[in-house]
Design a protein around this ligand. Structure first.
Ligand SMILES: CC(C)(COP(=O)([O-])OP(=O)([O-])OC[C@H]1O[C@@H](n2cnc3c(N)ncnc32)[C@H](O)[C@@H]1OP(=O)([O-])[O-])[C@@H](O)C(=O)NCCC(=O)NCCSC(=O)C[C@@](C)(O)CC(=O)[O-]
Ligand SMILES: NC(=O)C1=CN([C@@H]2O[C@H](COP(=O)(O)OP(=O)(O)OC[C@H]3O[C@@H](n4cnc5c(N)ncnc54)[C@H](OP(=O)(O)O)[C@@H]3O)[C@@H](O)[C@H]2O)C=CC1
Length: 513
C-alpha cells in the first residue's frame, strides 16, 4: 500500500519536474489533468497534487497577490513561485524584459532564469524546447553590472575563448596580448609576430590625436540661413558658446574642434572631443545635445534632425574617419632584423616588402578600399575589443589601418609601421564594467580611470592594440609570402571534434574549361 502511495507521490513530483522542464507557453491552455491522489481509501498523508506541486495558486490568486497595493512588486513576486511568475508573464501581466526591475537587485539571476523559461520556447506553443539543460550558461554571473548598462532581456551569456599572445615589448614595457576569439591560428600567429618584433627591440608608438566625434544633422529653412549658421559655428564666438555648453555636461569631455559642412539647407557639425578614459560616445552625445540647445538660442529656426547625422561617423565605413581620425590615432613602428625574418618568419625582407606593396597597397587600391590597406587588422583588434569590453561594432572604423614595410640597413632588415587613425577604446564605461573584462584590463595594468592623467589608460590600450595589430600583420604576411597559410589553418583552425567524417566523394565528371 505504502509503496503504491510512494509511487503516486513520485509520479506527481516527476510530473511537476517534467512540466518545469517542458513548460508550455500558456500553461492555462494546456494544463494536463492533475494526477489522482486517492486510490484505495488509505489514511496515509496526502500526496502532493499537480496544483500543489506546480501552480500552488490559481492565476486569479497570483494576480491578486501581485496587484495588492499594500506591498511592493518585489515583495509580491517574492511570495510567488517561479511557475506562478511565469503564469503572470504568460498572461501579459508582467513584461518579460521588466523582470529585473520588478524583482529588485537581490533576485537578478531568478529574473534571468524565469525569462529563459518564458522567452526561449520556439516555436511558440511547442512544449518541447526550453533552455533548461541548454548549452547557454546563465548561472554565477554578475548581472548587477549588466543591468542598465550592457544588455536588456538577458537570458545568459556567451563565453568566448580567451587566448594570450606575446608578451610584446611596447614602448619599453612587456604586455601580454589578450585575445577573445573563436578563430584558431589567430593567437598563434600574433604570438609569432610578437616574437619577431621583440627580437628587434620591440615596438615604439606615437599617439597623434585623441578625439571622439559626433556629427548631428541640423535643418534650416533655407540654404542661406544654414550658411549663416555655419559661419557662426566656425567663428570664435560660436565655438566658445558651443564649447561652454558642451563642457558643462562632463568632468572629462573637452571640446577640441568643430568641423562644418553643408548639403543644401542641412548643416552638419562634427564635434571632436577628448573623453578621458571613456570611449566617449554617451559622453559626447550628451554634450552635443546640450551644445545644440545653446545654438538654438542663436538660431531659433533651426531643427535638429538627429543628434547623429552620420557625419561622425559611428560604426559605418567612412572616408572622413580615415582622413580626420576618430578616437585614438596611433602610429606604431618597429625594425625586425633580417635574420629574424628568415628564422622566425620563414621568409625574406624582400619578399615581405614586395607582397606588402602588391597586396596591402595596390591590391586594396584596386578593390577601391577606404582604410583597408592591411591584411587583417580587424582580426587582432576585434579579439582585443572583445577581451577588454569594448563596443565590438566599432571595429568597423577602428580597424582602418595602413601597413607599410620597407627594407633598411642596405636591405638587411625590415622597417615596419602600422598607421591606425581611429582606435575607439575606453577603460571606463560600456562593457569595461563587466567583471571578466575588468580582469583583463587589470592584467594589462590599465583598469578603470587613470588616477593622475585621465585618458592615459585608454591611450595605452590603443597603443597595445596598434602594436598587436603590427604583430598580426607581420606574421600573416610572412605566412602568405611563404605559402604557409592553409597549412597553419588546417593545423589550428579546423576542428577535429566537430568536422564530420569525410562523406563519399561524388564521382567527378569530365572537367570542362
Ligand atoms: C530604448 C527605447 C526602445 C525605448 O523606447 P520607448 O518607446 O520609450 O519604449 P516603451 O517603454 O514605450 O516600449 C516600447 C517597446 O520597446 C521595447 N522595450 C522597451 N524597453 C525595453 C527593455 N528595457 N528591454 C526590452 N525591450 C524594451 C518593448 O518591445 C516595448 O514594447 P512592450 O513590450 O512594452 O509592449 C528607444 O528609445 C530606442 O530604441 N532608442 C534607440 C537606442 C538605440 O538604438 N541605441 C543603439 C546604440 S546607438 C549607437 O551605437 C550608434 C550611433 C547612434 O552612434 C549610430 C549613428 O551614428 O546613428
Ligand atoms: N549614445 C550613443 O550614441 C552611443 C553609445 N554607445 C555606447 O556608449 C557606451 C560608452 O559610452 P561612454 O561615454 O564611453 O561611457 P559612459 O556612458 O559610461 O560614460 C563614462 C562615465 O565615466 C565617468 N568617468 C569617471 N572617470 C572617468 C575618466 N577618467 N575618464 C572618462 N570618464 C570618466 C564619466 O564622468 P562624467 O559624467 O563627468 O562625464 C561618465 O559618467 C558604450 O556602452 C557604447 O556601446 C556606443 C555608440 C553610440
Amino acid at each position: 500500500m505504502s509503496s503504491l502511495l510512494q509511487s503516486q507521490a513520485f509520479s506527481a513530483q516527476a510530473l511537476a519536474l517534467k512540466l518545469k522542464q517542458t513548460r508550455l507557453v500558456n500553461p492555462a491552455d494546456s494544463l494536463p489533468t492533475p494526477p489522482s491522489c486517492s486510490s484505495s481509501g488509505t489514511t496515509s498523508p496526502p500526496v502532493q497534487t499537480y496544483e500543489e506541486s506546480y501552480f500552488l495558486r490559481s492565476y486569479e490568486e497570483c494576480l491578486a497577490i501581485y496587484e495588492d497595493a499594500s506591498r511592493s512588486k518585489a515583495e509580491a513576486l517574492g511570495m510567488l513561485s517561479d511557475e506562478e511568475v511565469i503564469l503572470l508573464v504568460d498572461r501579459g501581466k508582467v513584461a518579460p524584459y521588466a523582470l529585473e526591475k520588478l524583482f529588485g537587485m537581490d533576485e537578478l539571476e531568478r529574473a534571468v532564469r524565469i525569462r529563459r523559461a518564458v522567452v526561449c520556447q520556439y516555436p511558440r506553443g511547442s512544449n518541447t524546447k526550453t533552455l533548461e539543460g541548454s548549452n547557454i550558461p546563465y548561472e554565477d554571473y554578475d548581472y548587477a553590472q549588466v543591468l542598465g548598462a550592457c544588455c536588456e532581456n538577458v537570458i545568459g551569456y556567451v563565453p568566448v575563448p580567451l587566448g594570450i599572445a606575446g608578451p610584446l615589448k611596447i614602448d619599453g614595457n612587456m604586455y601580454p596580448i589578450p585575445m577573445a576569439t573563436a578563430e584558431g591560428t589567430l593567437v598563434a600567429s600574433t604570438s609569432r609576430g610578437c616574437k619577431a618584433l621583440n627580437a628587434g627591440g620591440g615596438v615604439s608608438t606615437v599617439l597623434t590625436n585623441d578625439a571622439m566625434t559626433r556629427g548631428p544633422a541640423i535643418d534650416f529653412p533655407s540654404a542661406v540661413m544654414a550658411g549663416r549658421a555655419k559661419v557662426w559655428v566656425d567663428s570664435e564666438e560660436g565655438h566658445t558658446a558651443l564649447r561652454q555648453a558642451f563642457e558643462s555636461t562632463s568632468r572629462f569631455a573637452k571640446l577640441k574642434s568643430l568641423k562644418t559642412a553643408i548639403a543644401g539647407r542641412t548643416l552638419y557639425v562634427r564635434f571632436a572631443t577628448s573623453t578621458g578614459d571613456a570611449m566617449g560616445m554617451n559622453m559626447i552625445s550628451k554634450g552635443t545635445e546640450k551644445a545644440l540647445d545653446a545654438m538654438k538660442e542663436f538660431f531659433p529656426a533651426m531643427v535638429v534632425l538627429a543628434l547623429s547625422g552620420n557625419y561622425c561617423t559611428d560604426k559605418k565605413p567612412a572616408a572622413i574617419n580615415w582622413i580626420e581620425g576618430r578616437g585614438k590615432s596611433i602610429v606604431a613602428e618597429a625594425v625586425v632584423p633580417g635574420k629574424v625574418v628568415t628564422t622566425v618568419l620563414k621568409t625574406t625582407v624582400e619578399a615581405l616588402c614586395n607582397l606588402n606593396i602588391k597586396k596591402n597597397l595596390i591590391g586594396s587600391a584596386m578593390a577601391g578600399s577606404i582604410g583597408g590597406f592591411n591584411a587583417h587588422a580587424s582580426n587582432i583588434l576585434t579579439a582585443i575589443f572583445l577581451a577588454t569590453g569594448q563596443d565590438p561594432a566599432q571595429n568597423v572604423e577602428s580597424s582602418m589601418c595602413m601597413t607599410l614595410m620597407e627594407p633598411v640597413n642596405d636591405g638587411e632588415d625590415l622597417l615596419m609601421t602600422v598607421t591606425m587613425p581611429c582606435i575607439e577604446v575606453g577603460t571606463v564605461g560600456g562593457g569595461t564594467v563587466l567583471g571578466p573584462q575588468q580582469g583583463v584590463l587589470e592584467m594589462l595594468g590599465i583598469k578603470g580611470a587613470h588616477s593622475k592623467q585621465p585618458g592615459s589608460n585608454a591611450q595605452t590600450l590603443a597603443r597595445i592594440i596598434a602594436s598587436a595589430v603590427m604583430a598580426g600583420e607581420l606574421s600573416l604576411l610572412s605566412a602568405l609570402a611563404a605559402g604557409h597559410l592553409i597549412r597553419a589553418h588546417m593545423a589550428h583552425n579546423r576542428s577535429q571534434v566537430n568536422t564530420p567524417a569525410a562523406s563519399v566523394p561524388v564521382t567527378p565528371g569530365p572537367r570542362t574549361f
